[in-house]
Design a protein around this ligand. Structure first.
Ligand SMILES: Cc1ncc(COP(=O)(O)O)c(C=O)c1O
Length: 369
């Protein structure tokens, strides 16, 4: 008997593998694998969700208007050009579905966020990647890869999983080198963790152009990954297209309530930022002293690079990323292996709370001894 066949190529898409959250036979684990924010949602956000629960039988506002107005006044944006989504993931998907298809190319940086190629392949587009320079996005390499078939260019800035960033001048140079028909998507999921003076989340570039978009998420500093809420700032015409493409109630009522509270909780955001500044710097320094190569990071995680080949130390013969990952797991700590990101020599460790960072660092020191 014949069976339903999916569209051509869909079976070849490797599904996204998220950070693990369990270890067999261990009740208590420390999860530092998904950059989820060290503290979870702010107490005010939790309270707002509790209060709103009695209204969960109501459909949400299909336009997320109150939330968009709050985002608009916080970041000084035009409300009509903001679209909220079920995570910024949904917006990546909508962009791929709206702007690329079979025969088109979607351009990404070599170690870019995994969902760009995944969503790109669902629409039949070809994924083209540009090499990086010292695990940093390289504008020249990206521009060289642009062809007449390029429709979308996704970069995360700062980038996950490398933690590195492009200064605003480089973002502008990238945009200026693109034909008008290529939509540049600047995914600023980690913007709140970056205070470098030459950094820009991209708002001004989006404001001034018809072919640049910026994406943001509530899953990182706001600690709301499970709520599923993201937003983007788009050129008017792009916003209009995405509004036609999205589901009518794509942002749930709890997500709108949580977002509207979290966005105003400056105290929580500042506390999370200063915690991250302190423990990210400490983690990087300690891991470097333990012999790991750790690039500067501008996110809420550190990229730890291990010697690629096992050394000939007979007591600890395999001081590579894979062995370190197994060692940490055996002690109840989940971090992220990066083979799928083309970085098999590296682990990504999210910045958690102080006791979690002290523990993971002391175990890494023990492993590297
Ligand atoms: C660069 C980047 N963009 C987007 C996302 C997805 O965020 P969301 O949870 O809003 O879908 C992530 C999540 O890890 C990310 O690292």
């Amino acid at each position: 008997m014949s069976s339903p066949k999916p569209l051509e190529g869909l079976n070849k898409i490797a599904p996204y593998v998220g950070g693990e959250s369990e270890i067999e036979d261990m009740d208590k684990v420390i999860k530092l694998a998904s950059n989820e924010g060290a503290f979870g949602p702010s107490p005010k956000t939790i309270e707002a969700l509790r209060t709103a629960a009695k209204d969960y039988h109501r459909y949400p506002d299909g336009d997320s208007l109150q939330l968009r107005e709050l985002l608009s006044s916080k970041f000084n944006l035009e409300t009509e050009r903001i679209i909220c989504g079920c995570g910024s993931d949904e917006l990546i998907s909508l962009l791929c579905r709206s702007y690329a298809g079979s025969g088109d190319e979607i351009l990404c940086s070599a170690h870019g966020f995994a969902m760009y190629p995944i969503y790109g392949r669902t629409v039949g587009a070809e994924i083209v990647t540009a090499d990086e320079d010292n695990i940093t996005i390289d504008v020249n390499n990206l521009l060289e890869m642009v062809t007449e078939n390029t429709k979308l260019l996704f970069i995360a800035n700062p980038n996950n999983p490398t933690g590195t960033y492009l200064p605003e001048s480089e973002l502008k140079r990238l945009h200026e080198g693109l034909p008008g028909g290529v939509l540049l998507v600047i995914d600023s999921a980690y913007a709140e963790y970056t205070s470098s003076e030459d950094y820009s989340a991209g708002i001004d570039i989006v404001r001034a152009n018809k072919n640049v978009a910026m994406l943001r998420t509530f899953s990182k500093i706001y600690g709301m990954g499970g709520v599923r809420l993201g937003w983007g700032y788009f050129p008017e015409e792009v916003a209009d297209v995405l509004n036609r493409m999205r589901s009518p109630f794509n942002v749930s009522f709890p997500a709108q309530v949580a977002g509207a509270t979290a966005i105003l909780d400056e105290e929580f955001i500042e506390m999370s930022q200063s915690h991250n500044n302190k423990w990210l710097a400490w983690t990087i320094e300690q891991c470097r002293s333990a012999g790991l190569v750790v690039p500067n990071s501008y996110c809420n995680f550190a990229l730890l690079r291990f010697p690629e080949k096992p050394n000939d130390d007979t007591e600890h013969p395999h001081k590579d990323a894979k062995a370190a990952n197994s060692f940490l797991k055996s002690r109840g700590i989940i971090v992220r292996g990066l083979s799928g990101y083309g970085l098999p020599d590296a682990l990504r460790v999210s910045i958690g709370q102080e006791d979690e960072m002290r523990l993971v660092v002391s175990l890494l020191q023990e492993f590297m001894e």
